[in-house]
Design a protein around this ligand. Structure first.
Ligand code: CU1
Ligand code: CU1
Length: 281
């Protein structure tokens, strides 16, 4: 069973394997297909029309499925690789080991935001930005510039305590766990992390930055923790709701996946903090 680990606890060899698999997917063209898909949903998801990936209840199951598919692609390159997660309530500095040259590389230079160290630096030739929203073909970051501070543990805890999954109008104005986690309301959790990283991460082509996967892996882990803490609080809405994906409706772009299919992550992977066999005990 694949176990997803905290990125801060990866060995040097695990970091090398993860980075190597990313670079190989990029070389093959399979990586950029994920960037294209993500940007397509960012462009089409609106508060008043059809919404699947963002500003809607299916934000969490949609990204869970997206990550599973990406993780499977990584595993075709190296079967030992799993997605690591970035707990930004703990590793909250531009000098965290996450941003070291042996892992994701650091912030961009001040002139143009270009990342200049690590495997994803433009000069290395491994990471041209081909799916882009402007003419710049290099990975950009400006850690801690667009917003100074990452969300805190206390801010996260207050959202984890919310017992209702989602609520009308099922968009970025909703009350409830999903919208507070996504960040349109309250302290701004998920969205703020995208802005804190800056560069492509602050746009629809955010998966161009490999940290996208580590950020969303943590969001996914938090959803799993929330589910365990609120066992009586299921996915909403359960049916008959225009423009959003109800519990048993298929989620684009997958014709055969519903939110209900994504509620249990454990057939696909577990997290390092989850006790193995706890369900059977
Ligand atoms: Cu997204
Ligand atoms: Cu995101």
């Amino acid at each position: 069973m694949a176990v997803r680990k905290n990125q801060a606890l990866l060995t040097a060899e695990e970091k090398r394997a993860f980075v190597g698999a990313l670079v190989e997917l990029k070389r093959s063209g399979r990586y950029d297909a994920f960037v294209t898909t993500h940007n397509g949903f960012i462009m089409s998801d609106t508060d008043s029309g059809d919404r699947v990936g963002h500003r809607s209840p299916s934000f969490l199951p949609w990204h869970r499925r997206f990550l599973i598919q990406f993780e499977r692609e990584l595993q075709t390159v190296n079967a030992s690789v799993t997605l690591p997660y970035w707990d930004w309530t703990v590793d909250r500095s531009p000098t965290s080991s996450l941003w070291a040259p042996d892992f994701l590389g650091g912030t961009g230079r001040s002139r143009d935001g270009r990342v200049t160290d690590g495997a994803f630096a433009f000069s290395g030739g491994n990471w041209p930005i081909t799916v882009r929203v402007d003419g710049r073909d290099f990975l950009r970051r400006s850690l801690g510039t667009g917003v100074r501070e990452l969300p805190t543990r206390a801010e996260l805890d207050s959202v984890m305590a919310m017992s209702t999954y989602d609520a009308p109008p099922w968009n970025s104005a909703s009350d409830g766990f999903r919208n507070h986690m996504e960040g349109w309301r309250g302290a701004n959790l998920h969205n703020r992390v995208h802005v804190w990283v800056g560069g492509q991460m602050a746009t629809g082509v955010s998966p161009n930055d490999p940290v996208f996967w580590l950020h969303h892996c943590f969001i996914d882990k938090l959803w799993a923790e929330w589910q365990r803490r609120h066992p009586g609080s299921g996915y909403l809405p359960t049916g008959g709701t225009p423009n959003v994906v109800d519990l048993r409706e298929p989620m684009r772009p997958w014709n055969d996946v519903t939110p209900a299919d994504m509620l249990d992550h454990t057939p696909h992977y577990t997290y390092d903090t989850e006790v193995q066999g706890a369900r059977a005990a």
